[in-house]
Design a protein around this ligand. Structure first.
Ligand SMILES: Cc1cc2nc3c(=O)[nH]c(=O)nc-3n(C[C@H](O)[C@H](O)[C@H](O)COP(=O)(O)O)c2cc1C
Length: 205
């Protein structure tokens, strides 16, 4: 059975451009994988704790020596890693906030990059044979030819971190200019229609 893990970030519900792009992706993916299974991890509703001293103490204690409290400390991180390891296709849907990913997505990254589990002690990524699609909505446009292309930190960061854990087959879908939807100068449907061919290709590859 094909498996898709959808990591969503926007808190904006139906107003969210990245969620609407993702909805289109998932509907195409389901058509292409009728027996497939979709798991959704919504980071707007899963409040991930940031890494702190007690989390680090648990993380750096070998599993056989961890106290029940330490195991509890890592439980959510373990769950997120299990979701990732169980999937074939990871989809990350995110807004750009201040040129980077929202803090909730950075927190997810801090929970899934685990030495000895997703990242080898030799620095090699341990996740093999998976593909990823990253769906990004941004107010500005950062694609080829844009005068602010060098500010596209979110894309660079996500490509790097996925590569670090071993996911190198990554497709990026840039929903740039989403501010036009918020300003009402473009309808959500028109905005999505421009991106539909790209989304369809990513969902059926
Ligand atoms: C707090 C905040 C910071 C933002 N920072 C940027 C930014 O640095 N660059 C940009 O292009 N858009 C920025 N935006 C616009 C969002 O990326 C845009 O509204 C996008 O559609 C949000 O994704 P969503 O519609 O899925 O919620 C920002 C929006 C918010 C709310």
């Amino acid at each position: 059975m094909s498996k898709l893990l959808l990591v969503e970030t926007s808190p904006r519900g139906d107003q969210s451009v990245s969620k609407r792009m993702t909805r289109h992706f998932v509907s195409r993916w389901r058509e292409a994988h009728p027996q497939g299974h979709v798991t959704t991890r919504d980071l707007a509703s899963t409040k991930l704790p940031f890494v702190d001293a007690s989390w680090l103490a648990a993380y750096f204690t070998p599993p056989l020596q961890q106290s029940p409290e330490m195991k509890q400390q890592l439980r959510l991180s373990d769950e997120l890693v299990e979701e990732l390891l169980a999937t074939e296709h990871l989809v990350i849907a995110t807004p750009v906030y201040n040129y980077n990913v929202p803090a909730s997505l950075k927190a997810w990254v801090d929970h899934i990059v685990r030495k000895g589990v997703t990242l080898g002690f030799d620095g090699q990524g341990l996740i093999k044979g998976k593909k990823a699609t990253v769906i990004i909505a941004s107010g500005g446009v950062y694609t080829e030819g844009s005068p602010i292309r060098d500010r596209d930190i979110a894309t660079q960061y996500l490509r790097l971190i996925l590569n670090v854990i071993g996911i190198t087959d990554v497709t990026f879908i840039a929903g740039g200019g989403a501010k036009n939807v918020d300003l009402g100068t473009e309808t959500m449907d028109d905005f999505l229609a421009k991106l539909a061919p790209e989304i369809d290709r990513a969902a059926t590859r």
